[in-house]
Design a protein around this ligand. Structure first.
Ligand code: PHE
Length: 451
């Protein structure tokens, strides 16, 4: 399908809807589940500082670049890159950048739905009152008994996968746009209520100093790589999600304004979630570095003690599911749009084919927490850890690197001005960031980790 036709068919209703959908993609398990636990595993403050620097210096510029490439290319990521390569008379091989993203999306979703399944299970448990006055030890046991049961994980993984397929096969506009409009603000309000609870418990101060007082002796090369990878993961960049979302964006809307909002909202949610989780960790003598279960071992304790905890707990896990869901949809969209515009499949067929593939791969993730918990695929990493490592720390940074290179070195200044309406001085700073700083930073971190 020609680019012009595709972009005419699918256009966000307005700028706000675009921002909300992009925030919906960015804010997800990455902020609420992953950010706290990787911060705990990587020593706290110094890691947070590196993450914030990556968001500002690499993430935000690459986000603007990715949305611009999508809007200008006007198609699924591989096709958009082909269109752009043609427009600029350069190698068609740039389509591989789009393919890298599509594969990364599929792999990420194969663990994302399993973790989202944990949240659904917790939503249910909270609803039936399981967390009332639960102790720290009981919360830890509750989590272990969930993940050690493959059938239960498989059940929730299947439920999430099915709902995702059904929604994306209908097209993402009317349903998800509406849901996000109400749910994202609700999630923020609930996080603020939990923040109030965190302020009232003894671990609050310690949590702030853990997160915001950097101790650089705790920082390793590997943790810098993880912080950078996470900046891409949490902003949904490097894999074509923002490219597809950009391809549905009308020329009259501002990419700069949207990108600033997306990064701000995403970072705020992560930091608030971090403070909450660590306040509970330190108030109850839990281990900050306890890994992927951290969120699920801490929050039930808070809800179990709070007045109205049943209500807030149920609502909270419900919203986590929705936040995860709006990201899940955006993870599969690059692949779906490619199946449609390159392989002429119907949206329905594309959704089911990809859904089944992802569901099957997800079984590996399910098993990695129980029967395969001692089966290692890469350097002592389980199936889940391998998927997470390869996508977040290799595929996304590589995607981001080549997005920056294409945008900074191949597009003309005229083309960039057409996409980003910036005052001349700002434009210059922006272009040099995308041209030099972002690629150099990614390369240094990569090479340092290789040696
Ligand atoms: N940003 C999402 C999160 O933080 C995950 C995601 C990554 C979504 C890449 C789309 C693309 O949970």
């Amino acid at each position: 399908m020609p680019a012009s036709e595709l972009s005419k068919k699918n256009i966000w209703s307005n700028q706000t809807i675009f921002i909300l959908a992009a925030v919906g993609s960015a804010v997800g398990l990455g902020n609420i589940w992953k950010f706290p636990y990787i911060t705990g595993e990587n020593g706290g403050g110094a890691f947070v500082l590196v993450y914030l620097a990556c968001v500002l210096l690499i993430g935000l510029p690459v986000l603007m670049a990715e949305i611009s490439l999508g809007r200008r290319g006007g198609a699924s990521p591989p096709e958009a890159m082909k269109n752009l390569a043609l427009e600029n008379k350069t190698s068609k091989l740039w389509w591989l950048l789009g393919l890298n993203g599509i594969l990364a999306g599929i792999l990420i979703l194969s663990f994302y739905t399993v973790i989202a399944g944990w949240a659904v299970s917790y939503f249910y448990d909270s609803f039936i009152g399981e967390f009332k006055n639960i102790s720290t030890t009981q919360a830890t046991e509750h989590f272990s008994s969930l993940v050690s049961n493959p059938m239960q994980l498989l059940f929730w993984h299947t439920v999430i996968m099915l709902v995702t397929i059904i929604v994306v096969s209908k097209g993402l506009k009317s349903g998800i746009e509406k849901v996000i409009t109400y749910m994202m603000p609700a999630l923020l309000v609930l996080l603020l209520i939990l923040f109030g609870y965190a302020m009232s418990i003894t671990g609050f101060g310690q949590s702030l100093s853990f997160l915001f007082a950097p101790d650089f002796s705790k920082l390793t090369g590997q943790s810098v790589l993880i912080a950078m990878g996470h900046a891409f993961f949490t902003l949904s960049i490097g894999l074509g999600t923002m490219m597809v979302y950009g391809s549905y964006l009308s020329k009259k809307h501002s990419i700069v304004k949207a990108s600033i909002w997306i990064s701000f909202a995403d970072t705020l949610v992560a930091l608030v979630a971090g403070v909450i989780v660590f306040s509970i960790v330190f108030s109850n003598g839990l281990e900050p570095s306890s890994g992927p279960g951290l969120l699920f071992k801490t929050l039930p304790v808070a809800f179990g003690q709070m007045t109205g905890g049943w209500f807030f707990g149920t609502l909270f896990f419900g919203l986590v599911v929705i936040a995860a869901f709006s990201s899940a949809i955006s993870l599969i969209e690059p692949a779906i749009s490619w199946f449609i515009d390159r392989w002429q499949m119907s949206r329905k067929k594309a959704s089911w084919a990809l859904g089944v593939l992802i569901w099957l791969t997800g079984i590996g993730t399910v098993l990695s927490f129980n029967q395969w918990d001692e089966v290692y695929f890469l350097d002592g990493k389980t199936f889940f850890e391998t998927l997470d490592f390869i996508t977040t720390n290799i595929m996304l940074p590589l995607g981001a690197l080549f997005i920056a290179i294409f945008f900074g070195w191949i597009l003309t200044k005229q083309q960039i001005t057409e996409e980003l309406n910036l005052p001349d001085k700002m434009l210059k700073i922006f272009i040099s960031t995308v041209k030099f700083i972002a690629p150099t930073a990614v390369l240094i971190v990569f090479v340092a980790n290789l040696i």
